[in-house]
Design a protein around this ligand. Structure first.
Ligand code: KIV
Length: 278
């Protein structure tokens, strides 16, 4: 069956029917093209690109211009996959007006179908305002990497009663504010299951167990294309770094010993013309 782009409202039907929603990150045209050929419903242009593509230590340095640049590339490759783009740190925290303007840029210039915002109670008014401006918003609770320093690092969240209760309330507030889905990152699986049961909008888990309505993974973790660490919750389905390194080494050797380029990679010219040039 040919793939058809899903709509935001149809995501609730996925939840109602118990059909899992599949999400991966993409940050460039060739990856977007591949995801578009797969059965995956949603591409997240995550600000994780700051770490896995740009080599920063965190997502904090990522700018609006970075997100726009990468969303545009993804948009050129993905025609049949819903595109959700992360709002980077400080693009929605200064004022609501600023947040609407930046969300609008991601849609108008970047080609996003929706935006994602990290945080609970503190972002509710912002989420409401962006949704009222006509832009679909995905929430993100649990381990929120933009504020990892405040959370004490990249740690599992919602482990004590107060934090777990707060997360349930935050998820419900996000739903009331009009968010169409919520990412739950690095939280205990039973808490994610409870939140999933309490919401009518889908939950998308990453390190949140199997009972979420969907799952998201960072592509670079899945395919072994990030050198620094593999989070416990990420499954590596392949390792593309090894064959790529082998290709670079083989090329280096062949250039050094003049076996590349061969005649099949070279252009010829008229022998008479060449003689005159000599
Ligand atoms: O930036 C990102 O890739 C994300 C996912 C980890 C959910 O926010």
């Amino acid at each position: 069956m040919t793939k058809q782009k899903i709509t935001i409202p149809s995501l609730r039907t996925f939840k109602e029917k118990g059909t899992k929603i599949r999400v991966v990150t993409a940050y460039d045209y060739p990856t977007a093209l591949l995801v578009d050929q797969s059965d995956i419903e949603i591409i997240l242009v995550g600000d994780s690109l700051g770490m896995v593509v740009l080599g920063y230590d965190s997502t904090v340095p990522v700018t609006m211009e970075d997100m726009l640049h990468h969303s545009k590339a993804v948009n050129r490759g993905a025609k049949k996959t819903l595109i959700v783009v992360d709002m980077p740190f400080m693009s929605y925290n200064i004022s609501i007006e600023d947040a609407i303007r930046n969300a609008g840029r991601l849609v108008q210039e970047g080609g996003a179908d929706a935006v994602k915002i990290e945080g609970g109670a503190v972002v509710i008014d912002t989420v409401t305002a962006i949704v009222n401006a006509g832009i679909p918003v995905m929430g993100h609770l649990g381990l929120t990497p933009q504020t990892a320093a405040q959370l004490g690092g990249y740690k599992v969240q919602g482990k004590d009663a107060a934090a777990a209760e707060r997360m349930v309330t935050d998820a419900q507030k996000l739903e009331e504010a009009g968010a169409f889905a919520v990412v739950l990152e690095a939280i205990p699986a039973p808490l994610a299951e409870l939140i999933t049961k309490k919401l009518t909008i889908p939950t998308i888990g990453i390190g949140a167990g199997v009972h979420c309505d969907g799952q998201v993974l960072v592509t670079h973790d899945m395919v072994g294309f990030f050198d620094r660490f593999i989070p416990k919750f990420a499954k590596q389905y392949t390792n593309i770094s090894n064959p790529m390194l082998a290709a670079f080494q083989q090329y280096a050797k062949e250039v050094a010993d003049s076996t590349f380029p061969g005649p099949e990679h070279s252009f010829t010219m008229d022998a008479e013309l060449l003689k005159r040039l000599y």
